[in-house]
Design a protein around this ligand. Structure first.
Ligand code: FE2
Length: 260
């Protein structure tokens, strides 16, 4: 099946100064974010339903051609095409959180590809999500092929949000966008979001590439150091000031995408 603009999957390398290592297979392109040939390869699959647009990802181990999908939604053919183009096997589905736009294809793809769905215990308890092959995270890292996958619990947007670190890449769902951070629905959530962002600041190397669940202005794949420079929500160092700003008037209404 041919690809439409809405489901185009293309290079994730965001450094404008670098030449992209584009491969064209079934209309797709990719660029490893690390210079090493055996580094995990990140493919952006932009999927859409109506006005909703999500960044979802396929991460492929070039050594074994095993792959994981992150927050797949809405357009199953996009993943089938990407898997065919990379000659990869889908081994796991990683869920950052259970909002509908992030779990839309979790169950059907788990059944179609006969692979497990992973999410945090906290998110399962909060949402009641269930699937035949649901695997709760226990906080430990694990391997898919030659890739090490490290879950980082980052509550705030929901009680069980997880970011996944795979090589030099961090997949942040609705926790951290290039332009801001996810919505917090009440004071406790805003405090937890602050703590989660502080945790990421302590834990992440500056060079890691950040791949959010949505793009508003800046393309996915920015380095964390760049977000530290331009993202106000990473710069607020006072917990109460952060919570007050995150919960400022209008943020749950029409100003939901006005990060500053
Ligand atoms: Fe969300």
């Amino acid at each position: 099946m041919g690809m439409t603009d809405a489901m185009a999957w293309h290079a994730t390398e965001s450094r404008s100064e670098s030449a992209l290592d584009l491969h064209s297979a079934s209309g797709g392109h990719h660029a490893p974010t690390s210079g090493e040939a055996d580094a995990p390869q990140v493919f952006l699959l932009e999927t859409a339903r109506g006005v909703m647009k999500n960044n979802t990802y396929l991460v492929v181990d070039p050594v074994t051609h095993q792959a994981v999908a992150i927050d797949p939604a809405w357009q199953p053919e996009a993943y089938a095409d990407a898997l065919a183009a990379t000659r990869a096997t889908l081994c796991e589905i990683l869920i950052t959180h259970t909002h509908a736009d992030h779990i839309d294809l979790a169950i059907p793809m788990s059944e179609h590809y006969n692979c497990p769905v992973r999410m945090s215990r906290e998110e399962i308890a909060w949402s009641g999500f269930d699937a035949m092959r649901l695997l709760p995270l226990d906080g430990a890292s694990w391997q898919v092929g030659a890739m090490t996958i490290e879950p980082i619990l980052t509550p705030g947007h929901t009680p069980g949000c997880v970011c996944y670190r795979i090589g030099d890449n961090l997949f942040t769902g609705d926790v951290l966008f290039a332009e801001g951070c996810g919505i917090c629905f009440e004071l406790e959530g805003a405090y937890r979001m602050f703590d989660s962002l502080q945790h990421l600041k302590r834990r992440l190397p500056p060079d890691i590439h950040v791949f959010p669940g949505h793009t508003y202005v800046r393309p996915p794949g920015q380095r964390f150091s760049e977000l530290m420079r331009c993202n106000l929500y990473l710069q607020l160092d006072d917990r109460d000031a952060f919570a007050a700003y995150r919960l400022r008037k209008g943020q749950l209404g029409r100003k939901v995408l006005e990060f500053r």
